[in-house]
Design a protein around this ligand. Structure first.
Ligand code: CA
Ligand code: CA
Length: 338
């Protein structure tokens, strides 16, 4: 039932079909003593109803299954929205457990809410900032499609008018190198997810629903369609926008550019890794990405969605932001470069 989702993942970060199909090692619900049965909405506890109403975002629930997994009760909701099918999971105490893909892997989880305090950039890294890095490192710009050009003296600068737009066409190595140079590092997936979700499991960084006043997605109606918006555009001051930070004051986690994070990607990372401060598998073929982009429909911008891409791949819809240890999530983060 999640073939479509799987394909969406492929499209977003260009990962191979083989990789996706080979990921199905999950033994979800297969242990003895577990059970499941279809139930009606009226039989769902109020706390679970409240959680699922937040996450269906206007979708239509077509099936509810109550099941036991390792002695815990989990409610699974099949939801139709905009011609797509979602499979959302909520624990009996109302904890949102993420989504399940075709192979039984959970695509997001509460693990993100258990990352310890971290500083994370308030904005995606911009073209101007990345040009400063390239000059400092005497580095190549990686890709001529970047909105960064060499000037008469040979040093790089952002294309005129594109200074505050997020850098893209940067591969994972370039993103990690920038953060290192800036005295920071890429955020882990769990840190990114916590920065987006806060501790209340909200589906989008600013709350429960998405529209074109909140984030840059496909055909979202921003003045820059179809392309990126300047970082921090959705601040309530620009016409047609509402101020849309995450609970920690972070902007554009959902949409604009998708964002590389530190972890190697594994479909089952949230099931097999530690529940506190997970850093992903020790090795892999692809790196994780989060947040979707200006090229993707709004439902793919939910904070639990996970993507992956080859570390040497560059995309016109993927950039990054940095993080560093200690302190609080983002709220007063000072960019090292303005
Ligand atoms: Ca848009
Ligand atoms: Ca983003």
């Amino acid at each position: 039932m999640f073939k479509k989702f799987c394909i969406a993942v492929l499209v977003i970060f260009g990962i191979s079909t083989v990789f996706c199909a080979a990921s199905g090692a999950g033994e979800h619900g297969g242990k003895s003593g577990n059970w499941e049965k279809k139930i009606k909405w009226a039989k769902v506890p109020a706390v679970v109803q409240a959680a699922i109403e937040k996450h269906t975002v206007g979708g239509k629930i077509t099936e509810i299954v109550k099941k036991s997994e390792d002695g815990k009760i989990v409610y699974e909701f099949e939801v139709q929205k905009d011609g797509k099918e979602l499979d959302l999971r909520v624990a009996s105490d109302g904890t949102y457990l993420g989504e399940e893909d075709a192979e039984g892997n959970i695509t997001g989880s509460e693990a993100g809410a258990q990352a310890d305090k971290t500083w994370i950039d308030k904005f995606e890294v911009t073209n101007a900032q990345f040009a400063t890095f390239l000059n400092a490192k005497n580095a190549d710009r990686f890709d001529e499609q970047m909105e960064i050009e060499p000037g008469p003296d040979g040093t790089y600068g952002a294309e005129a008018g594109r200074e505050r737009f997020p850098v893209r066409y940067v591969d994972w190595h370039g993103a990690a190198g920038f953060c290192r140079w800036a005295g920071k590092r890429l955020p882990t997936e769990a840190e990114w997810e916590k920065a987006a979700r806060g501790t209340d499991g909200r589906p989008f960084p600013w709350g429960d629903a998405i529209d074109g006043s909140r984030a840059n997605f496909l055909s979202s109606g921003d003045p820059y369609d179809e392309g990126t918006t300047p970082v921090g555009f959705y601040d309530g001051k620009n016409p047609g926008t509402q101020d849309s930070p995450s609970p920690y004051g972070v902007y554009d986690l959902a949409g604009n550019v998708g964002e590389w994070v530190a972890d190697w990607y594994a479909p089952d990372a949230y099931q097999t890794g530690p529940s506190r401060n997970p850093t992903g598998p020790a090795a892999g073929q692809a790196r994780s990405g989060r947040g979707a982009s200006w090229q993707h429909p709004p439902e793919l911008l939910r904070s639990t969605m996970r993507y992956s891409g080859r570390p040497d791949a560059r995309y016109d819809y993927v950039g990054f932001r940095c993080a560093r240890d200690g302190g609080q999530m983002a709220r007063l983060f000072q960019q090292r470069f303005s």
